[in-house]
Write a protein that binds this ligand. Structure first.
Ligand code: ATP
Length: 274
């Protein structure tokens, strides 16, 4: 039931420092979040309150981490859902779930005595895809309900609600979602550059025993085009190689093998998708 659906709740203790790279995205996000924190000044100036932030970019780059860090930064409760959870065979079920999601977020904020709640919806394109002229889909009601909820957010009274959503297909989204007062703030979360990759490797190497010869700088260079999620996998696979050989530490060779393994994995994924 609801408990199962709302599994990804809680007030995650995750800060922006635990997100590697993404310096400009983190900065932009913090600036946007200051609108939520400084809501009194915002209303004094008659500035439109912030209701929605859209995170765009390829899979595994840390969009979910960003939303969790946003909740921590603003001292908000965090409620997460994925677009696919709202797609149902029966008309109205998805819309009901959206209503519940907003109700849950408010109730949790009240219960935990927080002034705000962040609702994170991953894969927003699943429910917010473009509505082609006149074509009715069974989950249009779901999208309409989301728009209604967002329009109904009263930002002057606590708990204030901020909706964050993620997609890797921004161009697919219905323009109704992108209008002012809805998801009008867009933050691009790109694949990390070399410096970002090194930072992410450092973060995931923290709890792992590395041999003297390990050169994460070099690994970062070799891992060109890797996402944060793939870099996390590299560190993990390297540790598994070391453990299998009953060694005490992870060597540079394990790291190289792990890079190959993650790269191959991606390739076979892509081939099987083709
Ligand atoms: P998707 O769009 O596929 O849901 P996402 O962009 O939301 O992906 P996350 O779920 O945030 O990606 O990242 C998945 C995992 O990859 C994280 O739990 C973390 O271990 C690792 N990761 C991704 N990006 C970063 C990053 N910038 N810094 C540190 N770890 C990262």
């Amino acid at each position: 039931g609801q408990e199962r659906k709302r599994k990804k709740v809680g007030s995650p203790k995750l800060t922006f420092d635990e997100i590697g790279g993404q310096e400009s995205a983190k900065q932009e996000l913090r600036e946007a979040l200051d609108f939520l924190i400084r809501h009194e000044e915002i209303s004094k100036f008659g500035i439109r309150p912030l209701k929605g932030i859209l995170l765009t970019g390829p899979p595994g780059t840390g969009k979910t981490l960003m939303a969790k860090a946003a909740a921590q930064y603003t001292n908000s409760v965090f409620v997460a859902a994925a677009g696919s959870e709202f797609v149902e065979m029966y008309v109205g079920v998805g819309a009901g779930r959206i209503r519940d999601l907003f109700r849950d977020a408010k109730a949790r904020a009240v219960k935990e005595k927080k002034d705000s709640a962040i609702i994170f919806i991953d894969e927003i394109d699943v429910i917010g895809g473009k509505r082609e002229g006149g074509q009715q889909r069974e989950y249009d009601q779901t999208l309409n309900q989301l728009l209604t909820e967002m329009d109904g957010i009263y930002t002057s009274d606590a708990p204030r609600i901020l909706v964050m959503a993620a997609t890797n297909r921004k161009e697919m989204l219905d323009s109704a979602l992108l209008r002012p007062g809805r998801f009008d703030r867009h933050i691009q979360v790109d694949l990390p550059d070399k410096k970002g990759r090194k930072h992410i490797l450092d973060l995931h190497a923290k709890n792992k025993p590395l041999a003297e010869d390990v050169d994460l700088e070099k690994i970062a260079e070799e891992a060109y085009g890797f996402s944060g999620a793939q870099l996390e996998s590299v560190m993990n696979e390297a540790a598994i190689y070391a453990m299998r050989q009953s060694l005490e530490v992870i060597s540079q060779n394990h790291m190289s093998m792990a890079i190959d393994k993650v790269m191959m994995g991606e390739k076979t994924d892509r081939e099987s998708n083709a």
